[in-house]
Design a protein around this ligand. Structure first.
Ligand code: SF4
Length: 306
């Protein structure tokens, strides 16, 4: 069987785990291409107007896999901790995809994780392996290999970032964004590339170990229900004294981020903050100008122009 994986949403968090898990089981996978205009347009075509840009892109990525695989892997992750929730889009993703593509006669394979309903991550992967025709033992072993690779990759990312932060003169800007926005060719990559062109060092919120981030978010706000928003907040608390500014990058219209960003702007008063709302419009000229001004402001604060 050839299994399609949409390169969107939780792929950017669990890419190593998923790829290792399926490889260990001997399942061939095919990844949807990087986001382009066609994927964006197809995603918008399948979505309701109110959907966030990230979930529109997801549907575009599912569409791009049609005809290239025998089944498409769709995670349904409601919670992966005993407290806190994920954005409802992640819980509803499998049903949204099944309903949207109901006439195309596609096969979708879910991964169900809901810690609060006693379906742990490990149990979810074992169930997935069994559904794919493997024994419990084989599925458990594949999951453990995947988890090990995932944790190793996470550690390496953090270490790389810790080293980058040691550069004394660099303009260091923490980009606070969900990984699926930050690394998407359409949403985050142009922003990161522009920062590089401007000579600034982008620090990525998701490079911090999520467990450390979750242990620190209460330093900024105690009442945040969304687990991934807690991690973003925790990254600000962790990196606060090592950075020169913060970019809050959000995919329009995101409910959790709009609340979170407002709160961050009110509570973090000693660092410049740029609030970037990314939508599906073509062209990046407006964003580029705002990034240029923002980096200039930081340089003035650091005394680079004196
Ligand atoms: S958190 Fe925001 S951007 Fe992410 S899926 Fe939910 S609504 Fe979309």
């Amino acid at each position: 069987m050839k299994l399609g994986i949409p390169r969107a949403l939780l792929y950017y968090r669990y890419d190593v785990l998923w790829e290792t898990f399926f490889k260990e089981l001997g399942i061939e996978t095919v990844l949807s291409p990087k986001t382009d205009k066609n994927i964006m347009d197809r995603g918008a075509f399948y979505s309701i107007d109110e959907a966030c840009l990230s979930s529109k892109l997801y549907l575009g990525h599912v569409d791009s896999l049609i005809g290239k695989c025998d089944a498409i892997f769709i995670p349904r992750i409601a919670t992966f901790q005993n407290d806190g929730v994920l954005c409802t889009r992640f819980e509803g993703l499998y049903d949204i995809v099944c309903n949207t593509f109901r006439e195309q006669n596609l096969r979708f394979i879910p991964l169900n994780v809901d810690e609060q309903q006693k379906i742990s991550e490990e149990k979810g992967y074992i169930n997935l392996g069994i559904e794919l025709g493997f024994s419990k033992r084989e599925a458990k072993r594949a999951y453990q290999c995947g988890l090990k690779a995932h944790l190793k990759a996470q550690k390496e990312k953090q270490l790389l970032q810790e080293n980058a932060l040691k550069q004394p003169d660099a303009v260091k800007i923490l980009v606070v964004a969900h990984a699926y926005n930050l690394y998407d060719e359409y949403i985050g990559v142009p922003v990161v590339e522009k920062l590089k062109e401007l000579g600034a060092l982008a620090i990525f919120a998701d490079h911090l170990d999520p467990a450390i981030a979750r242990s620190k978010y209460t330093e900024i706000c105690k009442d945040v229900p969304w687990i991934m928003s807690r991690e973003l907040l925790g990254s600000i608390a962790y990196y606060h004294d090592q950075i020169d500014g913060i970019i809050l990058m959000t995919a329009f219209p995101c409910g959790p981020d709009s609340m979170l960003n407002e709160m961050i702007i009110r509570r973090i008063k000693d660092l410049p903050i740029l609030n970037l709302l990314q939508d599906s419009q073509d062209g990046n000229a407006g964003v580029d100008t705002r990034l240029e001004s923002f980096v200039d402001i930081i340089r003035f604060r650091k005394g680079d122009f004196l």
